[in-house]
Design a protein around this ligand. Structure first.
Ligand SMILES: [Fe+2]
Length: 277
């Protein structure tokens, strides 16, 4: 099909994804993700089976001490770490007051492992963009962010989008030009459960200046008619997608677990990268 006649989604005029393949991470595919041209990419074999098992054992040994505040979920995700979006209704001080404790809990999990999934991811990104820096996000006057959610997401996740210009308005992370999330899966999920649906309709809301926008709990009508892509978690793989696209996942079948880690990677207008959770 000639690109000049690219199919559009009639409801929103959104351009359709160029393909539903889940290509590996390259500069080209990362750029395509930032440009909303593909639903996701997949780094197969990011970790070995033994490394996956080691992470899950470390999670079980330390324990996942926090729970996402998600109305309507019987079993919301449990995690170690700290997310800015969970603090979006509170003050900036409240978020940064918890950062150092979250890093200590993060270190406690990693102390039981011989490898570090986060450092491995940063190395891949730095190899990809050697001319740009990739650093932990830092807030002027407040200090470093937390990055590195270690979590179990077995109970499913409700429809939402991760868009810092709405959920972190007063934070430097709201200045990113692109917001990509990466999810590493350390456990095997079988059957129909645990799959993530990505909706090809970047979350954009008209607001009055200073008006607040909720990034979860919005009407399903927002994604009506949008093209979708469903990805299956696979033990050892990383899946990256543009978090501005609304997304949701189903609960796993009885007896299974959906375990892994995640952060956001943001690209600043100058091309440098930051990461946070
Ligand atoms: Fe999300």
């Amino acid at each position: 099909m000639p690109t000049s006649l690219a199919q559009t989604d009639t409801a929103a005029g959104q351009t359709r994804w160029k393909s539903h393949e889940e290509p590996p991470l390259t500069r080209e595919t990362f750029e395509a993700l930032c440009a909303f041209e593909i639903p996701c990419l997949r780094i197969k074999g990011f970790a070995t089976d033994a490394e996956c098992d080691e992470l899950v054992a470390a999670m079980d040994r330390v324990g996942l001490n926090k729970t996402y505040k998600v109305p309507g979920l019987v079993q919301p995700p449990r995690y170690v770490g700290l997310t800015q979006f969970e603090k979006r209704q509170e003050s900036k001080e409240a978020y940064f007051a918890e950062v150092e404790q979250a890093w200590r809990e993060h270190e406690a999990v990693l102390s039981h492992m011989r490898w570090n999934p986060f450092e491995r991811m940063w190395a891949l990104m730095r190899d990809l963009y050697p001319e740009h820096s990739l650093t932990l996000a830092e807030e002027p006057g407040y200090g470093r962010y937390y990055a590195g959610i270690i979590r179990e997401t077995s109970g499913g996740g409700t429809l939402h989008a991760d868009v810092t210009m709405y959920s972190a308005r007063d934070y430097m992370i709201s200045q990113v030009a692109s917001q990509i999330t990466w999810n590493f899966f350390a456990s095997h999920v079988e059957g129909e459960g645990g799959k993530t649906t990505l909706h090809n309709r970047p979350y954009r809301v008209q607001t009055a200046p200073g008006g607040k926008v909720e990034i979860e709990g919005f009407s399903r009508a927002y994604v009506d008619g949008a093209e979708t892509h469903i990805y299956t978690p696979a033990k050892g793989d990383v899946v990256m997608f543009n978090s501005h696209n609304p997304h949701e996942w189903t609960a796993v079948e009885q007896g299974q677990r959906r375990m892994g880690v995640s952060t956001y990677i943001g690209r600043m207008p100058d091309g440098d990268f930051i990461y946070w959770s």
